[in-house]
Design a protein around this ligand. Structure first.
Ligand code: TPP
Ligand code: MG
Length: 442
């Protein structure tokens, strides 16, 4: 750059030097936590917009928040989905089951039964209430933290554990990282570790559904950190241009492993507000309020099904535990964040609402907790019979060469033969090489 005096790159004395802002989280390990700076709108404050409104009319909902459960555990305001107590209890039980499943699988990882696990503790309402508000055959393009959707759709827990243990009953034959499920018959698209790829895929699926004249809509989830990926923006553009029947969810749980949400832009605006710039309806929702998640999802699903367009939903929540079993959050954030989180625990909030209605009590809650723990235990025991990591009963290793090409190309056939030879040389005593039944060390 050349200034008026012809000097290149020299600072101009009359202007401040340019500087960058590097985001820094408010609290680090050991810091006391005070969330009073967080502006959380009250329950029932936000008006409910017409499902067929113009996308830009939802601007207040992208800066405000859909909230139904108030501080006294009552359901208030125009977003109350008015669910009957039986449905509320089913949602509560599914959230409790999801939490119990997470707890047991986490322990399973610590016991060496799997290499990896990811919990969704504190975020159960996001996936479970969302699933309850969809039709059972709507297509889900999840991230790795929506196990609650599979559980809400009654996917067998034992199949989930088989996949997590990479055992011989794993339908995915040990080819996916544990927890990266795939369940075509449950409308649950294969989870990918490549963040945000599912967003444009969901939009493409929704466009195809419309092209075929189908009535099924698609829904997809990314974390707030992943919303910084280019795929997020490609998906938003396609969804807006073609008015695709899709719900695009950003789960803002405040953290992307050790990066806080500020690195994805949270200091500047809400994630929901991204919607309006694209011409997409946007809703920010209290992600720890199952009724609010249900109501927002129902609004977006009705809108999409009526050909009124896509919706971006930001679920405002908190990742209560580590990112995964490979993570140690005490190294980068204050442990007090979880205790101080102003939106509480989604399971307890729904339970207290039911208690306030006279439809639940502490004894029933304790009995439910015991029941879901037993259900998970039974599934885990049944799956263990099919093998766990490190103790055999895996799919024969040479099956990794199968199922991609109808006829194995010569180079892969050579590689497969070489792999079998090397294995026999390494473990000459193995009972039946490659069957996965060799036991320890296989
Ligand atoms: C394209 C890509 N970049 C980076 C990673 C590594 N990675 C895995 S999870 C993760 C954090 C994602 O955080 P967020 O999107 O907020 O979701 P959350 O884990 O909080 O649910 C990162 C960076 C990846 N898997 N894929
Ligand atoms: Mg996150």
């Amino acid at each position: 750059m050349v200034d008026q005096t012809g000097r290149i790159g020299m600072p101009r004395g009359n202007l401040p030097p340019l500087e960058l802002h590097v985001p820094e989280p408010r609290f680090r390990p050991g810091d006391p936590v005070d969330y009073s700076w967080l502006d959380i709108p009250g329950a029932g404050e936000l008006p409910r917009f017409d499902e067929a409104c113009e996308a830009r009319e939802t601007m207040p909902a992208t800066l405000g928040m859909v909230r139904v459960l108030d501080g006294k555990h009552r359901a208030v305001g125009p977003w109350d989905p008015r669910l009957d107590p039986e449905t509320l209890r089913r949602i509560l039980r599914t959230m409790a089951l999801t939490r119990a499943f997470d707890d047991r699988m986490y322990r399973g990882q610590r016991q060496g039964k799997t290499s990896f696990y990811m919990k969704c503790t504190g975020e159960e309402a996001v996936s479970v209430a969302h699933a309850y508000a969809l039709a059972g055959d709507d297509m889900v393009f999840p991230s790795y933290r929506q196990q609650g959707i599979l559980i809400a759709r009654d996917y067998p827990l034992v199949e989930m554990v088989n996949q997590i243990y990479s055992n011989r009953a794993d339908r995915l034959k040990g080819r996916q990282l544990p927890i990266m499920y795939s369940a075509r018959d449950y409308g649950f698209f294969t989870i990918s570790g490549n963040l945000a790829t599912q967003f444009p895929q969901a939009v493409g699926w929704a466009m195809a559904s419309a092209i075929k004249g189908d009535t099924r809509i698609a829904t997809s989830f990314v974390g707030e950190g992943s919303s910084a990926e280019g795929d997020f923006h490609a998906a938003m553009t396609f969804a807006a241009v073609y008015n695709a029947p899709v719900i695009l969810n950003v789960v803002n749980n405040q953290w992307a492993i050790s990066s806080f949400s500020g690195f994805a832009g949270a200091e500047r605006s809400t994630f929901a507000a991204r919607a309006v710039g694209y011409g997409i309806a946007g809703l920010r929702v209290d992600g720890n309020d199952a009724l609010a998640v249900y109501a927002a999802t129902q609004w977006a699903a009705n809108r999409a099904r009526a050909n009124k367009g896509p919706t971006l939903i930001e679920h405002f929540t908190y990742r209560a535990e580590g990112h995964s079993t490979s993570d140690d959050p005490s190294a980068y954030r204050s442990a007090h964040e979880r205790e101080e989180w102003p939106l509480g625990d989604p399971v307890m909030r729904l339970a207290r609402h039911l208690i306030a209605l006279g439809e639940w009590d502490d004894e029933r809650h304790a009995a439910m907790d015991r029941e879901v723990a037993e259900e998970v235990k039974a599934a885990a025991k049944a799956a263990e019979k099919n093998g766990v990591l490190g103790h055999g009963f895996h799919h024969p290793f040479h099956t990794m060469f199968e199922d991609v090409f109808e006829d194995l190309p010569w180079n892969l056939r050579e590689q497969a033969e070489q792999a079998i030879r090397e294995r026999e040389a390494k473990w000459p005593d193995a009972r039946s090489p490659g069957t996965g039944e060799e036991g320890e060390g296989a």
